[in-house]
Write a protein that binds this ligand. Structure first.
Ligand code: NZQ
Ligand code: ZN
Length: 383
């Protein structure tokens, strides 16, 4: 296990009715900007609960943050905050709203040339506005982590900074009952693959991290498909919500090698062709398992045994079975496992490759061994 320093300071209010807790989590002297997306929070009662909870606070709102939050939209919020002097942000919605709000928090006092540089040049963040969130879509883990992904045209870029970690996160599974089947499945597979990015590498004698990771995977495998038959299963919703948070809170990733190639290669599908984030991942992960089967062999076999109970046959036969089983899980979650299923072709691989190269993604994976040639092989295998 590698050395690590770890802290996660986000206060979590989990469970039914916990939106009311924000009344005490945000100091009364703050001027709050509540940020949200396209209006789902107005249809499912979340907005009304926020209004009730903030009855003694000074606040206003900024809506219209898109899925895959757009830089230009976020900059409108930044300008408004500068003009009107808000000093606390409350993000209410899915990962896009939370990520977008993290960017807004960092951009308000950014001293560099252009705020986009926070993403494009990893520009130095001196400080950020404090923020809290009410997460309504279990998927990204953004509610307790320090990362954010922002899109500008076809560019989809990420930044990380401790100052944008939410001070608190409300996780009320009731708020997730209004998610469509597609949003639900996207969330489950995104969380599943977050775990895989921190787990499916090479052994590091990190037994706690491995067992926690396998526990999250098993939970998602058990609970995810239940939601595909009953979107109103609140017990499954509850476990999926906590699993998604833990998948990317940082805890299972301490002291271990990490991969993230599935995300990087998948991002080009979202940037170029608008593929949903979760669905880009279910297409790419099985192909990475195939192309990187030699270097990931030990962890593939461990994953197969502990998550899928695959213990018989030669190593190669087991790895084949593990890839098939993983794909079947994605199929059970109604997500695609090939590019052709979503009508992408050979020509589209060339387009994705060009942007992968333009983004400097030439040494991906836990060993830096996924160069452009292997990325092409991965897209090709996924075709
Ligand atoms: O905009 P509204 O009206 O709120 O509707 C949203 C949106 O249309 C809707 N939704 C959210 N909660 C709902 C709901 N609809 C009904 N009921 C609810 N309770 O769902 C749609 C999609 O929302 P979005 O926030 O885009 O989805 P998700 O949470 O999957 O976030 C995706 C974004 O997160 C980034 C992705 O790249 C993508 O930009 N990621 C962020 C990460 C992080 N910060 O650590 C890691 C991830 O790997 C990921 O890259
Ligand atoms: Zn993800």
């Amino acid at each position: 296990m590698n050395n690590f320093s770890y802290q996660n300071t986000t206060e979590i209010h989990f469970g039914q009715g916990q939106i009311a807790a924000i009344a005490n989590s945000i100091p009364k002297d703050k001027k709050i900007l509540v940020t949200y997306g396209g209006g789902s929070i107005k249809g499912n009662g979340v907005y009304d609960q926020v209004v009730a909870a903030l009855s003694e606070h000074n606040w206003d709102e900024f809506s219209g943050i898109e899925p895959n939050p757009q830089y230009d939209t976020l900059m409108k919020a930044v300008e408004r905050i500068r003009a009107e002097g808000f000093d606390y942000l409350l993000a209410v919605g899915g990962g896009s709203v939370v990520d977008g709000t993290k960017f807004i928090a960092a951009a308000v006092s950014y001293q560099g040339e252009e705020e986009w540089d926070i993403l494009a040049k990893q520009g130095k963040i001196e400080s950020a506005l404090p923020l809290g969130c009410i997460m309504t879509l279990p998927a990204t883990g953004s509610e307790t982590n320090i990362g954010a992904v922002v899109t500008r045209g076809k560019e989809k870029l990420a930044f990380m900074h401790p100052s944008v970690r939410p001070q608190f996160a409300v996780l009320d599974p009731q708020t997730t009952l209004s998610l469509s089947e597609r949003q639900t499945s996207n969330g489950v597979v995104d969380a599943f693959i977050h775990v895989m990015e921190q787990y499916l590498t090479y052994p590091a004698n990190a037994k706690i991290q491995d067992r926690f990771a396998e526990g999250i995977l098993l939970t998602l495998v058990e609970e995810g498909p239940k939601l595909m038959t009953d979107l109103q299963d609140i017990e499954a919703r509850t476990n999926v919500m906590w699993a998604a948070t833990q998948a990317l809170s940082g805890l299972i990733g301490v002291g271990v090698p990490q991969d993230w190639a599935t995300h990087m290669i998948g991002h080009e599908l979202t940037g170029n062709f608008g593929v949903d984030h979760g669905r880009s991942l279910t297409i790419i992960l099985p192909a990475i398992m195939q192309v990187c089967r030699a270097e990931k062999k030990a962890k593939l076999l461990q994953y197969g045994e502990r998550v899928w109970n695959i213990t018989e046959g030669s190593d190669d036969a087991r790895i084949d079975a593990i890839i098939t089983r993983t794909k079947q899980f994605f199929i059970d979650m109604n997500t695609p496992v090939s590019l052709s299923e979503i009508d992408l072709t050979q020509a589209d691989i060339d387009t994705a490759m060009a942007s992968l190269e333009a983004h400097g993604m030439t040494k991906l994976g836990e060993n830096g061994s996924i160069d452009l040639e292997r990325s092409r092989q991965i897209y090709q295998t996924a075709l």
